[in-house]
Design a protein around this ligand. Sequence first.
Ligand code: SAH
Length: 398
Amino acid sequence: MAPLRVLELYSGIGGMHCGLTESGVPAEVIAAVDVNTTANEVYKYNFPKTPLWPKTIEGIPLKELDALSFDMILMSPPCQPFTRIGLQGDVSDPRAKSFLYVLDILPRLQKPPTYILLENVKGFESSEAREAMVTTLEKCGFRYQELLLSPPCLGIPNSRLRYFLIAKLQKEPFAFQTTNKILEEFPMIHSLESDCSSTAQCLEGNLQADVDQNNTISSTPCGTEQCPQRTFLFKLETAKDLKRKQSQNNDICIRMLEEFLEENIEGPSQYFLPPKSLLRYALILDIVKPTCRRSTCFTKGYGHYVEGTGSVLQTATDVEIGSVYKSLETLSEEEKLEKLSTLKMRYFTPREIANLHGFPPEFGFPDKITTKQRYRLLGNSLNVHVVANLITILLQLH
Ligand code: SAH
């Protein structure tokens, strides 16, 4: 079989490209398109042989796209118009323009692609952009399946609930029975069957975790295995939050964070939370230990903004978090800081986030890309393993 010709739109740092490689499908990315110069430098560094088009998607004439004669589109359109916290401008938002252009050219291509995979934030499923997408797909004769998936469904201790759509041309049936409901787990097909019966449950817990992330932010003692009886309800945490986190931590289908941590961190001091952040955000940090089996979604502001951007790691694992937080309010700033510092809390490094996202060890950043830029790019990226599995499912024959 000739390798599939793949067009990667909104390519960023190449999360989709990594997922394609991991899937093992014989394929070649024949063009990647993105306007972000920093992302493009990282992409080029990792995929020097892939033609990268540093231009806007809506600026590419139909003729040029036709000339590529691609079989598959992988795309993560910019998510701002569809986030629950952002202004829900949806299709009227100028940032949606390029996506509408993609929908516009799809029926006009000389040879439509056989396969499409789209990733977006949760919320896309109820957007006008999604309506426009499925209308176009139906018009062009595609079958499709929508899914809402988060990495814990693959045993990865990180929440990142995302909307996915996989589509293929009618003449190629899916290997599973499609449904117009949005699936919240991978469809059962033989090669992906898991021997872990509670993975669906893991996902359910994390759906809630993701939803809560923007509403209630809490600070939790993790590692409940060590102290099952003692539960501390910190100021901003509800009993429900605590229960959910505990159940995630006790789910042995999910790997421990320690498997994803770096052994020798370069310039470790830069990752420790500065005193100002400790004092200011102590009560809203989501604190996890290396033995935890969960972490919240890392967003592009991680390492810079504290609130709701992702978990922080307690590296002094023998210190009991409950004793640190107990009667914290009654202390002076200085005493507070002294107590909080005993936990030795640090941010996850960009490499650790890349590990949780499933980027392979050989994936890297050019030296000149700053830590802040790395967090930003990774925050916009996706879970590579989830994509790899979806590509496998998409390509599976009936
Ligand atoms: N999946 C990617 C990230 C996608 S984020 C990864 O793994 O990194 C969305 C990307 O779309 C951003 O990198 C942004 O620069 C790019 N983008 C947004 N609007 C665009 C447009 N009109 N044309 C080309 N690229 C665009």
